[in-house]
Write a protein that binds this ligand. Sequence first.
Ligand code: LMR
Length: 340
Amino acid sequence: MRQLAKTVMFFLLALVLAAAAAGGGGKKEENKAAGGGKKINVKFSHVVADQTPKGQAALKLKELLEKSGQFEVQVYPSSQLYGDKEELEALRANNVQLIAPSVTKLVGFVPAFQLVDMPFLFKSDQAAYNFYDGPKGQELMNTLKPHGMLGLGWWPNGSKHFTNSKRPLKTPADFKGLKFRTQSGGVLDEQFKALGAGSQTIAFGEVYQALNSKAVDGQENTFNNIDTQKYEEVQKYMTVSGHGRLDYVLITNTKFWDSLTPDQQKIFMDAVKEASLYERKLADDLNAKSFEKLKASGKMEIYTLTDADREAFVKAMQPVYDKYANVIGKDYIEAARNSK
Ligand code: LMR
């Protein structure tokens, strides 16, 4: 009997040693950083320039994650690695571990993200931030989980404004017959349709060329994107309309996330929280600076909607609500509208 117990003990010990020699086995193979070994590689792909709120926050997140000694982060800006569509597929395939798309581009997974495109919905930047930080914003972010994606934080950019190469846009009637680039989704198509204009979805990395070649007449974006993409070189008119928003969700994939230890997940989330605060402040600053720069360049004629102009647009764009309120979810729309 004692001999049998000894033999069993021997085998158990041998098994434990073999497992240890194999590096702890399976799942934790990727996470040797915890034991001081190889660092965890993280690729962050995005489509905008470095000098944008998203570009700067991505670099900040890299700095914070690398400071922990556990992660090594490569940031690929300006669609260098993947464009709009590809970056979503690449994330889900775990070819990259972080992206921060404009939420409009998530429409294929969760149509409710088009909330940000609903015309004149949020009262202010702060109202949008409060919505994102509140229960409905968190609920919306969590809808990505069944698609193998995990929303880590909202990264707002700001309000969108129209630019075009044909004429000043002061009233809804001025849009008639023009063609605008959209990011994606039915809400934006419907918005332009309501104004009597056409629309075409074009990847962000191809917009400058599409405007330059006159494949489309105009587009809508934040001051900072207009400035950093140099759209003023190919657009003559800008209307400061603030008619919709352009905001991001920082997303990882569940495969990568589940491969991290609880400690690593905590380090990651702490870095994300700090980078997200940084992003939000930067968005305000960079958009304000870009607006000043665009004005100073004198390249575009700039018109700011008056309250009366705005009312005319709100009325003209009502069909967007008639058609999409149910698609988005009236609860989301109400929460966004009532946010202060
Ligand atoms: C756009 O396509 O216009 C934006 O989503 C680009 C971006 O990521 O800010």
